[in-house]
Design a protein around this ligand. Structure first.
Ligand SMILES: *Cc1c(COP(=O)(O)O)cnc(C)c1O
Length: 389
């Protein structure tokens, strides 16, 4: 019996110079943490983001960890984080033996600035310009803002709060490479370049991939330089093996960067396809009775990395919808389990989580690869339409 061809959720796209550059790196023998592809990739990324520099590393997770270290987050400090996110945005807080404080989302699925302000005002106190949680007296040093599924968080309000309360801002832009403001105070600025630090990921399912990989950017050039130093085992002397600090083996390899250089050449095209496909889905799903496709923040140009479909209450559940799609060989997925409910985080502070719990139940992600065809999107939309009883 013929089955419908498989439609994957999100797969890499290697239509460009990936093979050529990787072969070149291997033939040259530059396969490890030195080599010209790494610095080329760094230059390309910085140019794309309209900033002076970027530092390549092993993963988005290591990028976030380095940013936290550079923020001076120490054991016992607190860091405000979202609960609706991939867990890698939060784990590095624990690597530093610091406490996460879980925050709710707004309707963009990103951190809710209203609750963030409320938490700082009502649950914290300021001593000598520093912010402390009243209950556990831990100092709130930073906030990690995730640009969920490529949607820009409300950075104007979040930056105002951070300025007022003296918090450093780390942007987790691992899903949002290419997302930028078109209007307002940050017009022309990209996700990841607005706060003090930004982290990107080139994992297999992200908008561009190096297999595994990440990048850090920082507003202050000295901090970025120090991050690079930490990422390469904190070498103070190229020949004599002198180290004045504890470093990490977090540098990207030249083979990964060779793929990255090819992917950067295609990034504008990938973003364009993601944006166009989102429009196609929107049109196809306009009259759908079981739910609606979520939009991205107005006044921004989002990379539209993942497409979120919100199921209406009292209808088919997310689990059922995913199961029905799977039966037709279409891969969809649920949104993440809330992090404050996961075993390693149950003892930590969660501040009035409400919306995140609702979205957790109601959102599924639809196939969104850059190779997606019109016919495939019609199949997905038709199937969703057929689930209405
Ligand atoms: C992918 C992702 C990360 C981690 O990136 P890796 O490169 O896989 O380590 C962190 N945060 C979010 C929100 C992500 O989606």
């Amino acid at each position: 019996m013929a089955t419908n061809p498989f439609i994957p959720l999100s797969i890499p796209n290697f239509e460009g110079n990936e093979e050529k550059y990787v072969l070149d790196a291997v033939r040259q023998g530059w396969v490890s943490t030195g080599g010209a592809y790494i610095t080329t990739f760094e230059k390309q990324l910085a140019e794309f983001l309209h900033i002076p520099a970027a530092v390549m590393c092993q993963s988005g997770t290591s990028a976030l960890h380095l940013a936290l270290v550079e923020c001076g987050v120490c054991p016992g400090d607190s860091v405000v984080v979202p609960t609706l996110t991939f867990i890698a945005a939060v784990n590095p807080v624990k690597y530093q033996f610091a406490h996460p404080v879980f925050m709710d989302c707004d309707d963009s699925l990103c951190m809710d600035p209203v609750k963030l302000r409320e938490y700082c005002e009502t649950e914290c106190e300021r001593v000598d310009g520093k912010l402390y949680d009243k209950k556990n007296h831990s100092r709130i040093k930073a906030v990690i803002v995730v640009h969920v599924f490529g949607n820009m968080a409300d950075m104007e309000r979040i930056m105002d709060i951070a300025d007022q309360y003296g918090l450093q801002v780390i942007e987790d832009a691992t899903e949002a490479l290419g997302t930028k403001y078109l209007e307002g105070r940050y017009a022309g600025q990209y996700a990841g370049t607005i706060g003090d630090y930004g982290a990107y990921s080139f994992n297999g399912n992200k908008i561009i991939t190096t297999g595994g990989g990440g990048a850090v950017v920082a507003r202050d050039a000295k901090h970025l330089e120090h991050i690079k130093y930490l990422s390469t085992q904190a070498k103070d002397d190229p020949l004599l093996y002198m180290h004045h600090e504890i470093g990490y083996n977090y540098r990207m390899t030249n083979v990964q960067a060779a793929i990255g250089v090819a992917q950067m050449e295609e990034l504008p095209e990938f973003i364009e396809r993601k944006q166009k496909n989102h429009e196609v889905y929107k049109e196809l799903l306009r009259d759908c009775k079981i739910g609606k496709l979520l939009d991205f923040r107005t006044g921004t140009s989002a990379n539209k990395w993942f497409y979120s479909f919100e199921l209406y209450p009292d209808g088919i559940s997310a689990d059922q919808a995913i199961e029905k799609l799977a039966q037709e060989n279409i891969q969809a997925r649920a949104i993440w389990g809330l992090i404050h409910e996961q075993r390693p985080y149950r003892e930590d502070t969660a501040y009035r989580i409400q919306r995140a719990a609702v979205y957790r139940e109601r959102i599924i992600n639809l196939p969104c690869s850059t190779q997606l065809t019109y016919e495939q999107m019609v199949r997905v939309a038709d199937l969703l339409g057929s689930l209405w009883q």
